[in-house]
Design a protein around this ligand. Structure first.
Ligand code: GLN
Length: 485
């Protein structure tokens, strides 16, 4: 059961071979056994999970059916979930219990999934290694000396170690795709606006997007069917017809035009990653795809542009954490201003403070035009680069991350080296496009490598198709870390 796909789990539940309570207990036992080692979960609450499972078992007994009914999954601790402690990886929210459900969580409840708990993450989703979490870093199930990636590193590690069959993540600059790549699982960042951001704690609102993380593309498609959809509570949610993201999974790939951006295969890419990507390209050619070289001339500006825009939005979003209404409040203060200052000094970690300061700076009078406005202009050029590339190809393929998982401490002292982990993912968020990472190989020291697929707006079903066809013909996504054997 631990290694079953979501489809298999749902079938076993529907056939009453196992109850949701039994299945959830199985995963809770695994979490209890493995989480002390990997720290993938911040909050586990057996009673709450089992109460949810019991409720769903009653729905199954009453004759209800559904593609994920009774399946337990884990949620990134950025989603507010009614009655669950919701920390966003920060001391600031260490004592916060959400009084309502994020829309994504509400969708999962309707679909009858059970929450296995809240997964660890970089503080306020700022990071690429999980080292910024107030609750301690997550370890990579493939190698405990290695980071799991970030910020959705807890979700990625939970799935890789099968402490959960699947998990939710969020991606502002790569936080679903990069940890998926480093932990050897599949992850999809949808088009901006496809999944509601309501109740998802905001980092950079114009970039944040929720998405699925699971062993396979087929699992991701099933999760997308639940997660996506218009929400009137989110003003940036798109009013579109409901899609079935599994509809194209079985389409053959003959004639598929894959664009290879020359900027993705230049300096900075590790040779091991490059080799695995080449092998993936060769596999796609066997499946009938053809490749064309494309160019994204402004891609090199995406990291600097992101580190102006994302901190600008973060500095505004995080101003709400002031110790007044909820979250951490300093115990000892003279007056209101002193309370604000001490609360924020104590509640936020170093990376969050760095971003708030950068954000306040680039938005300040005198610098706004030079930094913020200029970055917005370049953001538009980056989106135009992609639009031009998609005139020549159906999908863009490249690495997800420049290297396999790096070691703890390796980049923690050098923010710019850390920021460059997202060099291949960030432009996708700036352009609002969907992107996916799937496993495609291993480094010499047995750390997973992911290949990234980037599609035009609303091409999620196509990306899932392209990923699924690859997974039908390869077995990278079925490989398991030592801990499972
Ligand atoms: N690593 C990037 C950052 O630190 C992206 C994080 C994310 O996608 N949430 O901002």
């Amino acid at each position: 059961m631990i290694n079953a796909s979501l489809k298999q789990l749902a079938a076993a539940l529907a056939a009453k071979k196992i109850s949701s309570t039994e299945l959830s207990s199985l995963f809770l036992d695994r979490i209890e056994a493995l989480n002390p080692r990997f720290n993938a979960f911040i909050t586990v609450d057996r009673n709450r999970t089992l109460a949810e499972a019991k409720h769903v078992d009653a729905r199954i007994a009453a004759g209800e059916s559904g593609p994920l009914l009774g399946v337990p999954i884990a949620h990134k601790d950025i989603f507010c979930a009614d009655g669950w402690r919701t920390t966003c990886g920060s001391k600031m929210l260490g004592n916060f219990t959400a009084p309502y459900d994020a829309t994504v969580i509400a969708h999962f409840k309707q679909a009858g999934t059970v929450s296995l708990g809240k997964t660890n993450m970089d503080e306020f989703a700022m990071g690429s290694s999980n080292e910024t979490s107030f609750f301690g870093a997550v370890k990579n199930p493939w190698d405990e000396a290695a980071v799991p990636g970030g910020s959705s590193g807890g979700s990625a590690a939970a799935v890789a170690a099968r402490m959960a069959p699947a998990a939710t993540g969020t991606d502002t600059g790569g936080s679903i795709r990069q940890p998926a790549s480093l932990c050897g699982i599949s992850g999809l960042k949808p088009t901006y606006g496809v999944c509601s951001r309501y109740g998802m704690i905001a980092f950079a609102s114009s970039l944040d997007q929720a998405g699925p993380m699971a062993p396979s593309a087929e699992d991701c498609a099933l999760l997308m069917n639940v997660m996506a959809g218009f929400d009137e509570k989110d003003s940036t949610s798109l009013e579109r017809e409901k899609e079935d993201y599994t509809r194209d999974l079985d389409k053959p790939l003959a004639g598929l035009k894959i664009g290879l951006p020359k900027e993705f295969f230049a300096e900075g890419l590790s040779s091991e990653v490059a080799q695995s990507i080449e092998a993936a390209i060769a596999e796609y050619k066997k499946l009938g795809a053809v490749t064309v070289e494309v160019s994204l001339p402004n891609m090199g500006l995406s990291v600097p542009v992101y580190y102006v825009l994302a901190p600008a939005e973060a500095s505004s979003n995080l101003s709400r954490f002031d110790g007044v209404r909820y979250g951490h409040r300093t115990s000892d203060y003279k007056d209101l201003l002193d309370m604000y200052e001490k609360t924020r000094a104590e509640g936020f970690g170093a990376e969050v403070k760095r971003r708030i300061m950068i954000g306040a700076y680039v938005l300040s009078h005198g610098y706004y035009d030079a930094y913020y406005l200029q970055a917005q202009r370049i953001r538009r050029l980056i989106a135009a680069d992609f639009a031009a590339a998609f005139k020549q190809c159906d999908v863009i393929l490249g690495p997800t991350a420049p290297t396999p998982a790096f070691n703890f401490g390796e980049k923690a002292a050098d923010p710019v080296a850390m920021y460059l982990s997202d060099i291949y993912t960030i432009a996708v968020n700036l352009a609002g496009l969907p992107g996916m990472s799937i496993p495609c190989g291993f480094s010499g020291n047995n750390r997973p490598i992911g290949v990234q697929l980037i599609g035009d707006l609303f091409s999620e079903a196509k990306l899932l198709n392209i990923a699924h066809q690859y997974q039908l013909h390869t077995d990278w996504h079925t490989k398991m870390p030592e801990v499972l054997k």
